[in-house]
Design a protein around this ligand. Structure first.
Ligand code: SAM
Ligand code: SF4
Length: 352
């Protein structure tokens, strides 16, 4: 009998979901990711009074020569699919900053065996790319939207771009991308007063809203657990306002617990990796823009696939190498524990 060609770790998890960061560059400076703006630093200093002055920004852009080409990305995804990967999400940095991203989408959409291709974007440049992405085979999209108030949006993202993102969300729906998801990272004292308004928005516009706990993945190391609004608090507030009914899921690896509105329009989901970790069922693996494999968002060690690719490794050699890397996937993260160390690179490099 031939050995099954699957990516299995030493904790018995089979990996099915590959997140691919296609650039580490970004046109936004989100306070929870790349808090380089004055507004971000003022928030952390004023509200939480702990950020050193100057802030310890550790962000460094990856040299262009290290960024994987479309050919290299496609090859890794093909290999992943041959090893049981079913779902690919393109992310970044801001994926729409990558030139001709629609060509990459078309290449990936054509890979036999891949059942799900999605993208996470801040949405700013989506109107310019939307039709090409749809024609190339993109079916699902998630937008980041943490505030519906223009000033707060600007404070959070460093960019006066609320109108553009709202336009992008409507356009994605018009083009039939489905589901259109909207991600909001909830931070105490910043946008937690907008939880109900964001849920109203999801209901009115028939969107899948996701409220995400703030994780220690910002480039300034500004995260404090006091800033995290636990998922159960978000849910309690939503339940006070809406008659929500749970949406059952058959996928044990799903990150969100979901609730539908009574009339079936739109839904909300809670992603609570900090207060209610779901590591036991994690089936995800990440490829960074510079070709490093990360077996966990919080991996402190990255595995260098790029040098294997560029040294001329065969597909079989790469598959064996990847299986060995996956076998060592971390059992869980250690946020909140004394030995926890945040990873050296921020979410914008890792790919959310
Ligand atoms: N630039 C794109 C965007 O913002 O949608 C894609 C990359 S971004 C790193 C992917 C997701 O990670 C976004 O939904 C963002 O809200 C989330 N994210 C970034 N930093 C985070 C943090 N510290 N904690 C929780 N989520 C975070
Ligand atoms: Fe850019 Fe996305 Fe990070 Fe915001 S969350 S700074 S949009 S990569």
């Amino acid at each position: 009998m031939t050995e099954p060609r699957l990516l299995i770790d030493s904790h018995g998890r089979t990996l099915r979901d590959l997140r691919v960061s296609i650039t580490d560059r970004c046109n936004f400076r989100c306070l929870y990711c790349l808090p380089e703006t004055e507004a971000a630093q003022n928030f952390y200093r004023g509200h939480w009074a702990h950020l050193p002055n100057p802030a310890p920004i550790v962000q460094q852009w990856v040299p262009r020569a290290h960024i994987l080409s479309f050919e290299e990305i496609e090859r890794v995804i093909r290999l992943g699919v041959s090893l049981g990967i079913q779902k690919v999400r393109l992310t970044g940095g801001e994926p729409l900053l990558r030139h001709n991203v629609e060509d990459l989408v078309a290449r990936i959409a054509a890979i036999p065996g891949l059942t799900d291709l999605a993208m996470t974007t801040n949405g700013f440049f989506f109107p310019q790319k939307a039709r090409a992405l749809r024609a190339a085979g993109l079916r699902r999209i998630s937008f980041s939207l943490d505030s519906l108030a223009r000033d707060n949006f600007k404070k959070i993202t460093g960019r006066d771009g609320l109108a553009e993102v709202l336009e992008s969300i409507s356009l994605a729906q018009e083009l039939g991308l489905h589901p259109v998801k909207v991600n909001a990272v909830v931070i105490r004292g910043l946008n937690d007063h907008e939880i109900e308004a964001l849920a109203d928005f999801a209901h009115e516009r028939d969107l899948s809203m996701r409220f995400i706990e703030f994780m220690p993945l910002d480039s300034a190391r500004a995260w404090l657990k006091e800033m995290v609004v636990p998922g159960r608090e978000v849910l309690a507030r939503l339940q006070t306002r809406f008659s929500l009914r749970p949406v059952p899921t058959e996928n044990p690896s799903a990150t969100a617990r979901r609730w539908a509105f009574p009339d079936g329009r739109g839904e909300v989901g809670i992603i609570a990796p900090v207060s209610e970790p779901f590591c036991g069922h994690c089936n995800r693996i990440r490829l960074t823009a510079d070709g490093k494999i990360r077996t966990c968002l919080f991996s402190v060690k990255e595995q260098d696939l790029r040098s294997q690719l560029r040294a001329g490794a065969s597909d079989d050699e790469l598959a064996d190498w990847l299986k060995g890397v996956v076998w060592q996937k971390e059992a869980r993260h250690h946020i909140g524990e004394p030995e926890f160390r945040p990873p050296p690179r921020s979410m914008s490099c890792i790919g959310g």
